[in-house]
Design a protein around this ligand. Structure first.
Ligand SMILES: [Zn+2]
Ligand SMILES: [Zn+2]
Length: 157
C-alpha cells in the first residue's frame, strides 16, 4: 500500500506554467483551486473538494480514485489496491459513467494512456490531461488552452 505523501518536485506548476512567462500578470498562484468537470456531461467531478473518479483497476475491479486538484499538489487516494507503476484500466465520470480516457494521447514519460477532464480556473474550461499510471505525476494543459485561461483572467481587470 503506497501512500504517496511526498510532493513531487516536478509539480505541474513547473511543468505546465514555467515555459510560458507571458508576463507577471499571467502567474497562476501555486495552490490555485481547479474546478474539474466531465467533458461528456459537464457536471462537476468534485466530491469533498477532491476530483473523484470511478476507477477500474488492472484486474477489472471497480472502485474510486480521488485526486487533489490544487496546482501544487497532485496526490492520489483510492479504495483500490493500486500498484505503483501500473496503469489503471479506466477512469470514468461518476455521474454519466463515460470513460475519461483521452483517445490517442499518451503520457510524455512513457506510453501510458492518459485521462482528460475539463478544468476551470475562472469562466473558461479547458482540457486537463493526466497519466493513468499509478505513481506517474505527468499532467498537461495545452499551451494554447493555458493562454485562453490567461486571456480570460486578464479580461477581468
Ligand atoms: Zn459525465
Ligand atoms: Zn505517465
Amino acid at each position: 500500500m503506497s501512500q504517496d505523501k511526498s510532493r513531487p518536485k516536478d509539480s505541474w506548476q513547473e511543468i505546465v506554467w514555467d515555459e510560458h512567462n507571458y508576463n507577471e500578470r499571467t502567474v497562476l498562484k501555486s495552490g490555485s483551486f481547479l474546478g474539474c468537470y466531465c467533458p461528456h456531461c459537464s457536471r462537476s467531478l468534485m466530491k469533498d473538494n477532491l476530483l473523484h473518479l470511478v476507477t477500474i483497476d488492472p484486474d477489472g475491479n471497480t472502485g474510486w480514485m480521488q485526486l487533489n486538484p490544487y496546482l501544487n499538489a497532485f496526490e492520489r487516494k483510492s479504495n483500490l489496491q493500486l500498484t505503483e507503476g501500473e496503469e489503471v484500466t479506466d477512469l470514468r465520470c461518476w455521474h454519466c459513467q463515460a470513460s475519461l480516457r483521452a483517445g490517442e494521447r499518451k503520457c510524455d514519460r512513457g506510453d501510458s494512456h492518459v485521462a482528460c477532464v475539463l478544468v476551470g480556473i475562472s469562466t473558461v474550461r479547458v482540457p486537463f490531461y493526466f497519466c493513468m499510471r499509478t505513481g506517474c505525476h505527468w499532467h498537461l494543459i495545452d499551451p494554447d488552452d493555458e493562454h485562453k485561461i490567461i486571456l480570460d483572467d486578464s479580461m477581468e481587470w
